[in-house]
Design a protein. Sequence first.
Length: 333
Amino acid sequence: MAQFSWRKATLVAAIAPMLALSACSSTGGRTEEAGGAGGGGQVATTERMKIALITHAAPGDTFWDILRKGAEEAAAKDNVELLYTSDPEGGRQAQLIQQAIDQKVEGIAVTLAKPDALKDALKKATDAGIPVVSLNSGADVWQQVGAFTHFGSDENLAGAAVGDKLNSLGAKRPICVIMEQGNVALDARCAGVKSKIPATENLFVQGTDMTQVSSTVSAKLQATPDADAIIGLGAPFTLTIHKAVESLGLADKVKVASFDMNGELAQAIIDGKVAFTVDQQPWLQGYGAIDALWQVKRAGIHVGGGLPVLTGPSIIDQAAAPDVLKFAKEGIR
C-alpha cells in the first residue's frame, strides 16, 4: 500500500464488546440495530460518561456506517453512552449540537462540513465546559470553533495525492464530482486534484439522488469528449459513476478514481473497474474521537498536543486492494 503520511500521530486502539447504541436521527447505509458485538476485551472501569457524536451524514452513504462503527467500539471499551445524531443541513446540525448541550453531555465529537453554521452552537458548548473534538471535515477550522484536536485527513493533500496518481496514469482532463455543495472538505479534495492537474473540472450532483448522479455524470461525459478521468468523492457515488461510464462504452477511455472505501469498491479496484481510491480510514476517525474525549475525563489528557491527528490519506490501488478487502467487508476500512 502506498502511504501518504505527513505527521506522525499515536492512537491507543483496543477493540471490546459493544454495549449499547444510542438513538439517532439518521443512519448511513444500514438499518438501525439494537446492539452488537465487537472483539474481546475489558471494559473501562471509569465512571460512565455521555458523549454526543454529531455528523453531517446523509442517508445511504456507507462511509458513515464505518465511522460510526469505530465510535461504537471506542464507546464500548470506554464505558461511554454514545448519542449519535446526524443531519446534512448545517442549521439542523447546529440544532443537534444544542440538543446535546441540553442533554448535559460530557463531550462532543462533530464533523465540520459547514463550520460557519456550527460555530455559534459550538461556542455554547465550550463556554459550558464541554470538550469538543472534530473529525472527518474541518481540518482547516477545528481550532477556530474551540476543538482541542481533529481526527481526519488533510483533504487538500489527499486531493493532491489523487492528482499525482492520475498524472502517473496519463490523465490530462479529469472531472471531479462533488455530491454536496457547500461542503468544505469536498471542495478541498477537488482543489487538491486541480493543483496537480489544472484542467480538472468540477461537476456538482445531488448526492441524495443516485439516479440524478448517474444522469448528470452521463450528460457531462457526453458533452466532454476529451475527459479521460472522473473522480467520485465517496464509494457509493464512485460505483454509480463507474456504471455510467460503462453504460456509455467509455470504460477503456475514462479512468475512474475514488475517495473513501467500502467492500464493493475494494472489489471493483481488484477487478480493474476502478483505478484506485484514497482511504482516510473513517473507522479510526470515529474510534479516535470518542476515545480522545474519554481520555480528557479519565486523566485530563488532550490527544494531539494541539495538532490534528491524521488518519490518512492512503492510496489503495489494484496491488493494495486485496489486503484491504477483508477489513472492508468487516466494515472497518
